[in-house]
Ligand binder design. Structure first.
Ligand code: 5GP
Ligand code: ZN
Length: 142
């Protein structure tokens, strides 16, 4: 039996509050919601993080994201919606089966705080940022 808790949720050996399932994805309520309606969308195929997707697996997975987003929009009528996901423990990943968080937002008092996300734009000049872009583009084209 797999040791991955999200694979076990897909198999049904760990219970979950499912909202949607098809051949490629499974969507369910987060057990520790940060706002009302916090949902996780996961691929049925076990991939650890964003780096592990093939293009085909990614296409099958991300094609479902608007469906889940619209279901939450219709049901909860939130003022906004954050889509977040963490890759690697230093980035906050705690379950190592890829998952996309859907976090409905209600107002500034809904308890979900992204205010620590502060720009460090003064640490790099526009030329340095342009150079980073050139280097990344070159490595993508290699
Ligand atoms: P991460 O920190 O890896 O981005 O997020 C993992 C998420 O999975 C957390 O929000 C956590 O509440 C959720 N989670 C962990 N274990 C379970 C579980 O057994 N059932 C459900 N429904 N959610 C879980
Ligand atoms: Zn898994």
């Amino acid at each position: 039996m797999t040791s991955c808790i999200f694979c076990q949720i897909i198999e049904g050996s760990i219970p979950s509050a499912k909202i949607y399932e098809d051949e490629h994805v499974y969507a369910f309520m987060d057990i520790m919601p940060v706002t009302k309606g916090h949902v996780l969308l996961i691929p049925k195929k076990h991939v650890e993080n964003i780096y592990d997707f093939t293009e085909e697996d990614a296409a099958n997975f991300f094609a479902r994201a608007p469906k889940v987003a619209n279901a939450l929009k219709d049901y909860f009528k939130p003022a906004g919606l954050n889509l977040l996901q963490n890759n690697g423990a230093p980035a906050g990943q705690t379950v190592f089966h890829y998952h996309l968080h859907f976090i409905p937002r209600y107002d500034e008092t809904d308890g979900f705080d992204l205010s620590t996300w502060q720009t460090k734009q003064n640490e790099w000049t526009p030329d340095q940022i342009q150079e980073l872009a050139t280097n990344i583009r070159t490595s993508l084209e290699a």
